[in-house]
Design a binder for this molecule. Structure first.
Ligand SMILES: [Zn+2]
Length: 162
């Protein structure tokens, strides 16, 4: 990675993990694993999360770097932060490596959408999502209830059958 050469920080390319056959993108300063250019699409992100737990098992600090032009979903970022993982954009990584605390902010997309549930009718509830991550028209608490209902286009509501 060019950036690291620029800063002449000692790093290992494609560092082999101790306890598994996978590799981490970079190890810097002997204690930080950096996984680069993580895409935030669900499949890739889930894979990155799996990697993270492997790195953590080795007691390393983990940074995940996403391209500058990519938005990280707020929920994804929260999951990582809960695991003590730093999520950085390329610019932020640059700032960090030059010894500054990052000034830039990671752009997060708040796609944990709140909306009006067309089943229970509550407002400001967290909406359910399909496996492909699309928002549904009902809230997370109605996921079971909705199976017993049908959608009525005229009323724009999930209504009880019979
Ligand atoms: Zn609801």
């Amino acid at each position: 990675m060019l950036l690291l050469r620029e800063f002449s920080i000692p790093f290992d390319d494609e560092k082999k993990l101790l306890y598994s056959r996978s590799r981490v993108d970079f190890e810097i300063q002997g204690s930080i694993y950096v996984e680069c250019k993580v895409s935030t699409n669900s499949t890739q992100f889930t894979r990155a999360m799996g990697q993270v737990s492997l790195y953590k098992a080795e007691g390393k600090e983990v940074w995940i770097v996403v391209p500058d032009d990519v938005d990280v979903r707020k929920d994804q970022r929260e999951i990582l932060e809960k695991q003590g993982v730093q999520v950085l954009s390329e610019t932020m990584l640059q700032e960090k490596l030059s010894g500054k605390e990052p000034l830039s902010q990671l752009s997060t997309k708040t796609t944990v959408a709140c909306g009006v549930c067309k089943c229970c009718g509550k407002i400001n509830v967290t909406m359910s999502r399909s496996p492909s991550n699309c928002l549904r028209s009902y809230c997370v608490s109605c996921e079971d209830e909705v199976k017993q209902r049908v959608f009525d286009g005229r009323q724009d509501r999930w209504i009880k059958v019979g």
